[in-house]
Ligand binder design. Structure first.
Ligand code: GAR
Length: 191
């Protein structure tokens, strides 16, 4: 059986594409029930819509500072789609304990560093500043503490002597596309 998943994005959506392409495989244990964005012109929405994948937008801006009201609207869209599992893929809003509890055990994220190193933003710049030899990406369960949930799977890349933030980000991103479908397969409920 294919588990129906919702993928939450805020922009480009290249990790969403990697997940959607994996889901298109007959033997892959998930299908994309919804691509949901908090930004109405997120590039990934158009890509999904062109392929007949259901899309929706819930703009956080419409809810002022009421994060839980925004998340209740997200939850309504996810529930209406039939999705039972949520993948954050470049979704750039910090979620409240209410949403995280609602989806406990069914909510995963991809982060562009080898957690617990470099939680938060600007991970590639910080990796270069710290002069690490190895960098990478992590898929993890989401808990109330940002970028701190149980790690499902990681992929690493070497940091090269002449790397810039952009070259390093690009090398990590290729690994993200490979990692996320593998980690999702691992995180889905069995059966
Ligand atoms: C990805 O590198 C993802 O790991 C990162 O945003 C990028 C989104 O790209 N996520 C975070 O930084 C989460 N804190 P994409 O929209 O092309 O998938």
């Amino acid at each position: 059986m294919k588990h129906p998943i919702a993928i939450l994005i805020s922009g480009r959506g290249s990790n969403m594409r990697a997940l959607a392409e994996a889901c298109a495989g007959e033997d892959y244990p998930a299908r994309v029930a919804l691509v949901l964005s908090n930004v109405k012109d997120a590039a990934g929405l158009a890509w999904a819509a062109e392929r007949g994948i259901p899309t929706a937008t819930v703009e956080h801006k419409a809810y002022g500072g009421d994060r839980e009201a925004f998340e209740r609207a997200l939850d309504r869209e996810i529930s209406a789609s039939g999705a039972s599992f949520v993948c954050l893929a470049g979704f750039m809003r910090v979620l409240t304990p209410w949403f995280i509890d609602t989806y406990r055990g069914r909510l995963i994220n991809i982060h562009p560093s080898l957690l617990p190193a470099f939680p938060g933003l600007h991970t590639h710049r910080r990796a270069l500043e710290a002069d690490v030899a190895v960098h990478g990406c992590t898929v993890h369960h989401v808990i109330a503490h940002v970028d701190a949930g149980e790690i499902i799977q990681q992929a690493s890349v070497p940091v090269l002597p002449d790397d810039t933030e952009d070259t390093l980000a690009a090398r990590v991103l290729v690994e993200e596309w490979r990692l996320y479908p593998e980690a999702l397969r691992r995180a889905l409920p069995k059966g």
